[in-house]
Design a protein around this ligand. Structure first.
Ligand SMILES: Cc1cc2nc3c(=O)[nH]c(=O)nc-3n(C[C@H](O)[C@H](O)[C@H](O)COP(=O)(O)O)c2cc1C
Length: 191
């Protein structure tokens, strides 16, 4: 048996993305869990940002942003950036999170996040109450001490990273569980 609820927006698990837009001095952080890869060539990230907040308008103006994936140790700071507005406060100052220069765009990355994407805005559409921004990834940063092989971005040690997972619906933060299989492999058992 299943119970139906009509149209609802419940999805999990989601990454806790901290989106930064604006030049070094003016940069703002907004917490966005609706983050997804959109295409691989060119590598592009999609983010859904509410039309009412400060960040949507800023991204439209600046045409660039960084996506910083939070780890569990900055849970309070990440949550704070999702319940306050850049209209009212300086979130870098309030959280103590550290700005680092990006290589290719004016918006900085966040030092405390182990994974950072520099994105140039390539498309935007308003759908419902949300801006859908497509950002071409022009640079990727990873903390060196979270990599098993410094030459391979896929060698990221997920336990060392300890990503902050958001459970939409229940509105909870969680950690990743144990590895249970190899993707693109385990299904071959049924071939
Ligand atoms: C865990 C979490 C996830 C969130 N995910 C989103 C999201 O995907 N899209 C969105 O528009 N707002 C999301 N929010 C809400 C915004 O972060 C919030 O409206 C914020 O105050 C807007 O800040 P700004 O005015 O500085 O842009 C989320 C908040 C939290 C706490």
């Amino acid at each position: 048996m299943k119970t139906t609820f009509g149209p609802q927006k419940i999805l999990f698990p989601l990454p806790t993305g901290l989106i930064v837009t604006g030049e070094m001095e003016k940069a703002n952080i907004v917490t966005i869990a609706w983050v997804s890869l959109l295409t691989s060539a060119p590598p592009t990230l999609g983010i859904s940002v509410g039309t009412k907040g400060f960040s949507g308008k800023e991204i439209l103006k600046n045409k660039n942003f960084t996506v910083n994936i939070a780890s569990a140790d900055i849970m309070k700071e990440a949550d704070f950036c999702g319940i306050t507005s850049g209209n009212d406060i300086d979130k870098f100052e309030k959280t103590g999170l550290t700005k680092m220069e990006s290589k290719n765009i004016p918006s900085p990355i966040i030092k405390e996040c182990p994974l950072n994407f520099e994105c140039k805005l390539v498309n935007s559409t308003v759908f419902g109450t949300t801006n859908h921004f497509a950002g071409e990834i022009v640079e990727l940063h990873m903390d060196s001490d979270k990599l098993k092989d410094l030459k391979d971005p896929r060698s990221l040690d997920i336990e060392a990273f300890d990503p902050l997972i958001y459970i939409g619906g229940a509105r909870e933060y969680r950690r990743v569980g144990e590895k249970i299989g190899d993707a693109y492999q385990i299904g071959k058992m049924l071939k």
